[in-house]
Design a protein around this ligand. Structure first.
Ligand code: HEC
Length: 147
């Protein structure tokens, strides 16, 4: 009886790990619900802190406004912020299989998704930065947890 129960522990872990890895990746592959547009990603992930119109919020924390934010002028800054997080903001560039995702209450965004959402915030809420960020430009920057 005792032996049977001990067997269950590794079995449970094997069953839990893939389930958890699935949940932690924001869907971006065909076949899964393809959430690709910067606007969709913003609405599902970023607006919870930065608010729907990018106006930010001050309450339990300070969530900077993205509309009229001069820090978005150079594309690398918002890309690095989304990839690696910043103070109260979680990182979105951790590998999809990273166990830290759940601990940090975050999800994995692909380089293409990060390019899209950064292009969205740099051209919304009154922002008009004309240079678009590409997936390759995001891929070339340091990612947390990448060797
Ligand atoms: C859990 C809350 C939270 C979520 C979700 C979140 N952010 Fe943030 N974000 C913050 C906080 C807090 C800061 C301020 C960090 C600091 O102290 O410098 C910030 C800062 C930023 C900055 C830098 C602004 C500046 O002027 O320095 C950008 C750009 C940004 N976030 C974009 C995004 C995008 C895009 C998403 C969605 C992919 C997102 N954030 C999701 C909380 C969040």
């Amino acid at each position: 009886m005792r032996r049977t129960l001990l067997w269950l522990i590794p079995m449970l872990c094997l069953w839990l790990v893939p389930a958890f890895a699935d949940d932690s990746s924001f869907p971006d592959t065909p076949g899964q619900d393809p959430v690709q547009s910067g606007e969709q990603i913003y609405m599902q992930i970023c607006q919870g802190c930065h608010m729907p119109a990018g106006q930010g919020a001050v309450g339990a924390g300070h969530y900077p406004a993205l509309g009229g934010d001069a820090a978005l002028a150079a594309w690398k800054y918002p890309v690095l912020t989304v990839l690696g997080g910043r103070h109260g903001m979680p990182p979105f560039g951790l590998p999809a299989t990273s166990l830290a995702l759940q601990e940090l209450r975050t999800v994995h965004l692909s380089d293409a998704q990060i390019a899209n959402v950064v292009n969205y915030i740099r051209t919304s809420f009154g922002n008009h930065y004309p240079d678009m960020v590409s997936e390759a430009q995001v891929a070339a920057l340091p990612h947390p947890g990448r060797r």
